[in-house]
Design a protein around this ligand. Structure first.
Ligand SMILES: [Mg+2]
Length: 308
């Protein structure tokens, strides 16, 4: 679809919002900042990040995005995941590591490896990288949901992980197109009964509750709730995008990931122009990219669809 200037700004906000949320939260991962703590893009944290450096969340989102910008499919995304993992990144989620440690050939094979894992398979590691899917399907809601589920299943077989990716990708797509968060409601209204019955009360709880109601945000469900809570809680702030990302960090736990998840939707709603310039100037990471590169990749993804 042909984007207006404001839609183009919102499309650019998707990857940039993900990246700045991730880089903001990186310094606080696994921690619980006190109310007196000033939240800044300071780096450090469990893996000693440079200030402005993004983590696995954005690196994996870019594995998805860089496949989509050339019209690629799950085989290309799987290959990009393997290439990222091969350079021994400092932080890799447990489930993602369990899948990428196996020798697989192509997307279907990787999906089978993920499905063969036993134990808990509902980590937040596929939701954190789902944002770019929306960019490739701005003109195709059903295609967006299907692709989000397919890409999630490369590493996360739990149905709730797939549903979370569908919900969030749908919301991001809607926000780029329309500039509101109504895509969350639209998704629930059109979802299968079982999906709606599971997620509707959780979305309501995130709207009305506190982080202590959804404390295990390494789990995809509580991670989505934390992100939605922060977005709702900062809706009336002067600068909602940075305010919501700060709230994600203050909620504690898997701060880089909840802020990355929130950032994808916040950027889609408020646009790249809502990202503070002091963050845009320093954000960077694998594979040697900066904010301008995220803009370029975004333009390439949406251009693929504009031509088709
Ligand atoms: Mg991370």
């Amino acid at each position: 679809m042909q984007l207006t200037d404001i839609q183009r700004d919102r499309a650019r906000g998707v990857l940039l919002g993900t990246a700045v949320g991730d880089a903001l939260g990186a310094g606080y991962e696994f921690g619980y900042p006190t109310p007196e703590t000033t939240i800044g893009m300071i780096g450090g944290g469990a893996f000693d990040w440079a200030p402005g450096e993004w983590t696995d969340d954005t690196s994996m989102a870019l594995c998805v995005a860089r496949a989509l910008e050339t019209g690629g499919d799950v085989d290309d995304i799987a290959a990009n995941f393997r290439a990222w993992f091969a350079q021994n990144p400092p932080d890799v989620g447990n489930q993602t590591r369990a899948v990428l440690s196996q020798t697989t050939h192509g997307g279907a094979d990787m999906t089978r490896a993920a499905a063969s894992l036993s134990g808990r398979t509902g980590g937040n590691g596929s939701l954190m990288r789902t944002a770019p899917v929306a960019l490739a399907y701005l003109d195709d809601a059903a295609g967006c949901r299907a692709a989000a589920a397919r890409i999630s299943a490369l590493t996360h077989s739990d149905p709730r992980a797939g549903e979370a990716c569908q919900l969030w990708s749908h919301a991001i797509r809607y926000a780029v197109r329309c500039g509101t968060y109504d895509g969350v409601t639209e998704f629930l209204d059109t979802a299968d009964d079982g999906v709606r019955a599971f997620w509707q009360p959780l979305i309501r709880q995130a709207h009305e509750g506190q982080p202590s109601d959804f404390p295990n945000n390494g789990w995809v469900v509580h991670a989505l709730q934390t992100a939605w809570w922060a977005i709702q809680g900062s809706a009336d702030a002067d600068r909602p995008l940075p305010a919501a990302l700060e709230l994600c960090v203050r909620a504690g736990g898997d701060t880089d990931t909840t802020a990355a998840i929130a950032g994808g939707l916040l950027g889609a709603r408020w646009g790249a122009s809502a990202v503070p310039s002091e963050w845009r100037d320093i954000v960077h990471g694998y594979p040697g990219l900066r904010a301008d590169d995220l803009d370029r990749i975004t333009s390439n993804i949406t251009a693929v669809k504009e031509l088709s």
